[in-house]
Design a protein around this ligand. Structure first.
Ligand code: GLA
Length: 685
């Protein structure tokens, strides 16, 4: 097999646990997978005790036998390092490797992810097992790649072990050098928190009752991210010594308190994501106001694309899901397994591996069903898998294609972490992010996510006509300069309320707001307020339309000293600031900046996409019902339109220019009917 993600093909895989089944089943399982279109399996990510059953005694025979069989059958393998679940002998002998609750009480053995990244013993034991596994299996011909750990920061993204307290002090010493500088950055003069010795510093706890220092919490988030990255780097630098030339290193998942972009740059060849679209609505009781349900997963997939433009799915939902302790999702309805696979592919995945082959008959995940149920009998899902393989054979030419979007949402980790700490900030993003995404979805407007940092951007900003930076509360000189350049060169930037009021330490700035964005936005904010839930909703008049302006209102006015002052496009309709500016538009260089005084509701976000002419970029080609998502991947001058119907009813799609249906190998007529949960890949050019 050629390299995975080499841009020539879509590959299917499955997660397999040879240790869960009698060895006598392996051969028929592998043969059946291959016959169903599975070419790659991921194994071993929780199997530490199988290779180091007691401290320092390594045994490889189990996976030797399994990998040799894979090689004989022609199955390719992604081998996981087992560090997400340390063995009982290890946690018993070295309890300091365990993570702790905020009160210092240690976690116990019996689940997974109960370790901490910073324990010197755990790092030593990790380095040893990874070295032994890589040394022994690295050259095995069945292996094509390695997965580090499993879902870093999943289930547990807070750390309070003694080792973490110590490592935090070192992290802070590296960052601040002197206590004076730390005291300044954390504003410790407030409430007499001043530190006089590094040893006085402990990890801040996120409990409301403690009212922790917000600046310390921001550093705590950065510290956790750095700890997870260093833990991955420890493993990847060992793996690199042993892996074969074309083999890759990846890790799976996308969790909080982790800078996935830096993690990938430092340690991975590409990123893989675990996609469980059904969980996004079943676990929260379907409360998303947008009503997007499983389609909401496209937002996560779009964020993954900002890390790796072409990526893999290590775990794709294939069955009804649930643990014995939580979560309950129904079986995918006929067509939904295909729909979710195509959702991943439409967003940039060229490798999709299902979770899991056969449902485990024991353990916490015995209701987390895979393709097959417990008995392994033929079922609807394996039939659908075979059909998916047939479909992918028909669209191979689209593999490697780059997702095409004219609009992007800008994000950065400092603000992402700040909003977990600061409820004033959180309440803004909680409305704006889902609303922007939902508006783009319903207007069939492909959307990217771009991450901004002090080092640069995850994609060149100039690739986009329009950028929405919803609430960049934290702003820096460097980032403001990047935005200025983008706009000066002709880009359109849309900013929401509360932009630019904090610095990188999370302090509020003393400049007039929006702080460092003052000259660029051409806006001045002499006054602002949170809206009051009991009052009648504040509204904005923008042209002919009136919009709700919830959560927060910046009262905007054009900067008077500006040569070309901003234009007031929208005003508040009520409250004591009725008639004052709610939306400004400012020409800057060849581009334009819009400043909105409130959050982005779905209606406002849709209005901005229309106003800036990026809404429905393919309206001359396709007429799509609201239930359909449109994604476009481009390759060698051709466009591949992925049309995905998330509704359980058939829908009709209008086709206005010549397109070729790859699934049917025929040109499409003026209309095309998509079945319930149906998908189509249409080629232009
Ligand atoms: C995650 C993990 C898997 C498994 C599945 C299902 O994505 O990576 O090990 O636990 O969820 O729960």
């Amino acid at each position: 097999m050629e390299k995975l993600l080499d841009g020539t093909k879509f590959t299917l895989g499955v997660c397999y646990y040879p240790e869960h089944w009698p060895e006598t089943m392996w051969e028929t399982d592998l043969a059946r997978m291959l016959e169903s279109g599975i070419e790659v399996i991921r194994v071993a990510e929780f199997a530490w005790s199988l290779t180091e059953p007691e401290e320092g005694r390594f045994t490889f025979c189990f996976f030797d036998r399994f990998l040799d069989l894979c090689q004989e059958k022609g199955m390719k393998v992604i081998f996981g390092t087992p560090t997400a679940a340390p063995p009982a002998w290890l946690t018993k002998k070295y309890p300091e490797v365990l993570n702790a609750h905020p009160d210092g009480k240690r976690l116990e053995h019996g689940g997974r992810r109960h370790y901490n990244y910073n324990s010197p013993v755990y790092r030593e034991k990790t380095a040893l097992i990874v070295e032994k596994l890589a040394e022994h299996f690295g050259g095995h011909p069945a292996i094509i790649g390695w997965q580090i750990d499993n879902e870093l920061n999943c289930e547990m993204d807070e750390f309070y072990s003694e080792a973490d307290h110590c490592a935090f002090r070192i992290f802070l010493q590296d960052k601040y050098r002197t206590l004076e500088e730390l005291n300044r950055a954390w504003g410790t003069v407030f409430w007499n928190q001043t530190y006089t010795d590094w040893e006085e510093i402990i990890l801040p706890k996120r409990t409301r009752s403690g009212n922790p220092n917000p600046h310390a919490l921001l550093d705590y988030a950065r510290f956790i991210s750095k700890s997870a990255r260093d833990f991955a780097l420890l493993q990847s630098s060992i793996l690199r010594k042993y892996v074969k030339k074309n083999d890759f290193i990846t890790t799976n998942g996308r969790f909080d308190h982790l800078d996935n972009h830096e993690l990938t740059k430092e340690s991975l060849d590409f990123y893989t994501y675990d996609s469980y679209p059904d969980m996004s609505y079943n676990t929260d009781g379907g409360r998303q106001p947008s009503g997007l349900r499983d389609r909401e997963s496209s937002q996560s997939l779009s964020e993954v694309r900002s890390v790796s433009p072409v990526f893999g799915i290590m775990e794709q939902q294939s069955g009804p899901n649930g643990w014995t302790t939580c979560m309950m999702a129904p079986a995918p309805k006929p067509g939904q397994m295909t729909l979710w696979t195509m959702q991943s592919i439409a967003h940039g995945a060229d490798f999709v591996s299902y979770f899991r082959w056969r449902t485990c008959t024991f353990g916490t995940e015995m209701y987390w069903h895979g393709i097959l149920d417990y008995s392994g009998r033929e079922n609807r899902r394996i039939a659908e898998l075979r059909d998916i393989r047939q479909k992918l054979n028909l669209i191979q030419e689209a593999a490697g294609g780059r997702y095409r979007a004219e609009a992007a949402v800008v994000k950065d980790y400092d603000n992402c972490w700040d909003l977990r700490i600061d409820m004033w900030h959180r309440d803004l993003e909680a409305v704006s992010q889902p609303a922007i995404f939902a508006a783009a979805q319903k207007l069939h407007t492909p959307l990217d996510y771009v991450y901004l940092s002090e080092e640069g951007t995850s994609m060149p900003l100039s690739s986009y006509k329009v950028l929405i930076y919803a609430h960049p509360c934290i702003m820096t000189e460097t980032r403001a300069a990047v935005l200025k350049e983008y706009v000066a060169e002709g880009g359109i930037l849309i900013l929401g309320c509360r932009s630019g009021y904090k610095d990188l330490d999370g302090h509020c700035v003393m400049q007039d707001l929006p702080g460092l964005l003052h000259p660029l936005s051409g806006a001045d904010i002499p006054e602002f307020t949170r809206t009051c839930p009991g009052d009648s909703p504040v509204r904005i008049r923008w042209g002919e339309k009136s919009f709700e302006a919830p959560v927060f209102n910046d009262i905007l006015q054009p900067l008077t000293e500006d040569e070309e002052p901003a234009e007031t496009l929208g005003i508040y309709e009520n409250c004591y600031y009725a008639g004052k500016g709610a939306l400004l538009c400012h020409r800057y260089g060849k581009g334009m900046v819009y400043s909105l005084g409130t959050v982005f509701t779905e209606e406002l976000a849709a209005a901005f996409l229309e106003e800036t002419n990026v809404a429905e970029p393919e309206r001359e080609t396709l007429e799509l019902p609201e239930s359909c998502e449109l994604s476009i991947r481009e390759k060698n001058g051709s466009k591949y339109y992925f049309v995905l119907n998330y509704s359980g009813n058939p829908v009709t799609v209008g086709v206005k220019s010549p397109l070729f249906s790859l699934f049917d190998s025929v040109p499409v007529g003026r209309e095309m009917v998509l079945e319930p949960f149906g998908t189509a890949v249409l080629k232009k050019g």
